[in-house]
Design a protein around this ligand. Sequence first.
Ligand code: NAD
Length: 250
Amino acid sequence: MTEEFSGLKAIVTGGASGIGAAVASHIVARGGSVAVLDLAPENVAPPITALKCDVSDDAAVRAAVSEAADTLGGIDIVVNNAGIGAQGTVETNDDAEWHRVFDINVIGMVRVSRAALPYLRQSDHASIVNTCSIAATAGLPERALYGASKGAVLSLTLNMAADHLREGIRVNCVNPGTADTPWIGRLLAKAADPAAERAALEARQPHGRLVAPDEVAAAIAYLAGPLAGSTSGTSLAVDGGMQGLRLRPE
Ligand code: NAD
């Protein structure tokens, strides 16, 4: 196992489950140290540092980022991964839902980045990776709100990359397709026949299966780590070929 993250300190939001948990494990397994900021820190085990934090609460974010920096001895990497889903159209999602989803999915990333930037400026390997989604550009039914929030994440990534490149801070994002996380498990559990629904969902993927969280984590870790030192302002799809093939998941 390589130690490409040796000496590097990362914070991962939403790292108590799914993609974020896979990212935290990936970085720790390669020599890095990680603090997870999540609503559910009880789901995080040592050696990963678990900090309770709601990314929609600015004071909580500032306190948790400061505590993470104190505990880890600085911050080199930020993985902005916390996010929530939403289904509906502009007629069925009301203003309160639009504000809630943007507050977590978009402004949450802004708050964490803002709090972490002073620490990142002190790092020789500073980078931010945002978890975006194929929904940012796919044009899917019932995803106006979620897709728009991820479209904002894509734009945030590209524009933050321009702001911080000259001070040595890279900013990139990863666009997962349908990934096999507890999030998808919760959606499938609502179906009359979850096993049949899972099989149908898998069949709709271009490569015939869901994306593994470890596959998304590896892409995030690549962009976060020193091997991507010349890469900023990019989005990397991990979607079974959906974007490249111009296919739609449903
Ligand atoms: P998940 O539900 O398994 O994990 C999400 C984690 O985020 C949980 O630990 C949860 O406690 C935490 N979280 C939620 N709201 C939070 C908040 N306000 N503050 C702090 N933490 C919060 O989900 P996942 O599938 O691993 O999704 C992770 C990211 O990947 C999300 O940004 C999601 O939009 C994105 N994504 C997921 C898929 C997919 O198919 N699973 C596809 C594309 C993009």
